[in-house]
Design a protein around this ligand. Structure first.
Ligand code: GTP
Ligand code: MG
Length: 459
């Protein structure tokens, strides 16, 4: 190792995953802002007193588009709006020196993706038959799924159903699932196609005709039961080929990059899961479990712990296997939850997903509750109860978006100590607010625990 700073570079690759709207893009925007304009008093990064210097932005890797940091930051300030929904995967690359690393600078690569895509992750490494079985197993054995996909299950039970009928029935099933707050929608292009077009809220039959399930309209597929998966039949062969193309084009590029990250940030939007009902919780848990199977954090079979340690030193740089050694479970939007309940966010997250990480050898994991851009204030006990907050409401009483107006008071739900056995949609409510963002470009937003999270994942 050289004693001259900058000669050695330590690369940290951090992938952010989480359902749509869980706060990935806002988290990255806030993190980049704080690294770029680092103030050790407002962002306690690394060992106490650490400061950053010589921050530079670099080009993303080949095949990746650049994360639009400047656009998101400017948008937050000048239009006062949260970043728009992510429609494509992107990467942000930067380099900086940190005073607690004496012999090395840091090359940091951050990865963002549209939340919809993580429902496709389970396709990685599965062929069409394996994927069909996985999906049909869920549709037939889970009561909620069975109810929402009944007409599709009927269609695949008919030996003479045409390709068009099967696809139409599958799309109707996906539409029903979306409208019942089930986020496990695959292929995810049904929700967000490769041109970035989003499914707009409408009746199930309208959605089913407006959308497609595949790379494009010509290349749609749906899961098939064993009796329809006969080699040589046109239905099976064409669905298999379309599925393979989908996996190659949509799933593999993203998942392989995330697999070779050094750290993974898994966002679990506790408030949204409570507000969305038990079905959303179940799906989010299944998605995290599926992601762990596919991303394979911790020690994997290819390189055991000893081989991994040796390969770090002895293999040429480009040969060193990448793998996830750290997972941060993050409950975002802490500022939407009253301070009385903020520790409960962490407990709920631990109970929901902790076992996936603790089951894996050689994986460090920690839990954080964070606010990327604090946008509410806490007020003293009011007549309506202790959980009074204020902020600029994002939605009206009917749930529709409204223009930003005056700051208003509102109350938030109390968080339970543990997940209830069942809870309906809407039992819990955590009103969304417009962002509060300093206009000064070099003054990053107020954050909570984004610094602790960064210290853990950038190692
Ligand atoms: N109050 C508050 N709201 C937040 C915060 N972070 C995110 N949000 C809210 O969550 C919404 C979604 O955040 P995004 O970062 O766009 O979510 P995402 O995970 O990137 O979503 P996709 O791009 O759809 O996958 C925002 O529009 C805000 O309403 C935060 O720190 N505080
Ligand atoms: Mg996003």
């Amino acid at each position: 190792m050289s004693i001259f700073r900058g000669i050695k570079t330590t690369e940290a690759r951090v992938g952010i995953v989480g359902l749509y709207s869980s706060g990935k893009t806002v988290l990255l925007t806030s993190l980049i802002n704080h690294l770029q304009d680092h103030d050790p008093d407002r962002f306690r990064f690394g060992k106490p007193g650490t400061h950053l210097r010589r921050f530079t932005v670099e080009q993303p890797d080949r095949d990746w588009t650049a994360f639009n940091y400047t656009g998101h930051r400017e948008g937050l300030v000048h239009t006062g709006l949260w970043p728009s929904k992510t429609t494509d995967r992107s990467q942000y690359v930067c380099r900086f020196e940190r005073s607690d690393w004496r012999f090395s600078d840091c090359l940091l690569k951050l990865y963002d993706l549209p939340g919809e895509r993580i429902a496709d992750a389970e396709m990685f490494g599965l062929d069409f038959t394996g994927w069909s079985e996985r999906v049909l197993d869920r549709f037939t054995n889970d009561i909620t799924y069975r109810a929402h996909t009944a007409s599709f299950l009927d269609a695949i039970a008919r030996p003479d159903a045409s390709e068009g009928e099967l696809l139409a029935a599958y799309r109707l099933a996906l539409a029903n699932l979306i409208l019942n707050f089930k986020p496990l929608i695959a292929p995810s292009t049904f929700l967000l196609d490769l041109k970035g077009q989003l499914a707009r809220p409408s009746a199930p039959d309208v959605l089913a005709t407006a959308r497609h399930c595949g790379i494009d309209v010509e290349n749609q597929f749906c899961p098939l039961p064993a009796n329809l998966r006969r080699n040589g039949t046109e239905l099976f062969e064409s669905f298999s080929a379309r599925y393979n193309r989908y996996v190659e084009q949509v799933v593999v590029p993203t998942i392989s990059a995330f697999r070779s990250c050094t750290a993974l940030v898994v966002l679990i939007d506790i408030a949204a899961l409570l507000a969305g009902g038990v079905g959303m919780y179940d799906d989010n848990r299944e998605i995290v479990q599926g992601l762990f199977d596919v991303l394979d954090p911790g020690e994997n079979t290819l390189f055991g712990p000893v081989a991994r340690a040796l390969s770090k030193t002895f293999l040429p740089h480009s040969w060193r296997p990448g793998w996830i050694t750290r997972v941060a479970f993050v409950a975002p939007k802490l500022d939407l939850v009253h301070p009385l309940d903020r520790d409960r966010m962490v407990n709920l997250m631990r109970r929901m997903v902790g076992r996936y990480a603790s089951d894996r050898n050689g994986l460090r994991h920690e839990y954080f509750n964070v606010a990327s851009a604090v946008s509410t204030k806490t007020l003293p006990h009011g007549p309506s109860g202790p959980r009074v907050m204020s902020g600029i409401p994002l939605r009206g009483a009917d749930g529709r978006r409204i223009h930003p107006g005056e700051e208003q008071r509102f109350t938030t739900s109390e968080l339970p100590d543990d997940w209830p056995l069942e809870w309906p949609l809407g039992r819990y409510a955590f009103p969304e607010v417009y962002p509060r963002m300093p206009a000064r470009k070099d003054y990053p937003p107020d954050q909570v625990n984004v610094d602790k999270l960064a210290t853990f994942v950038i190692e």
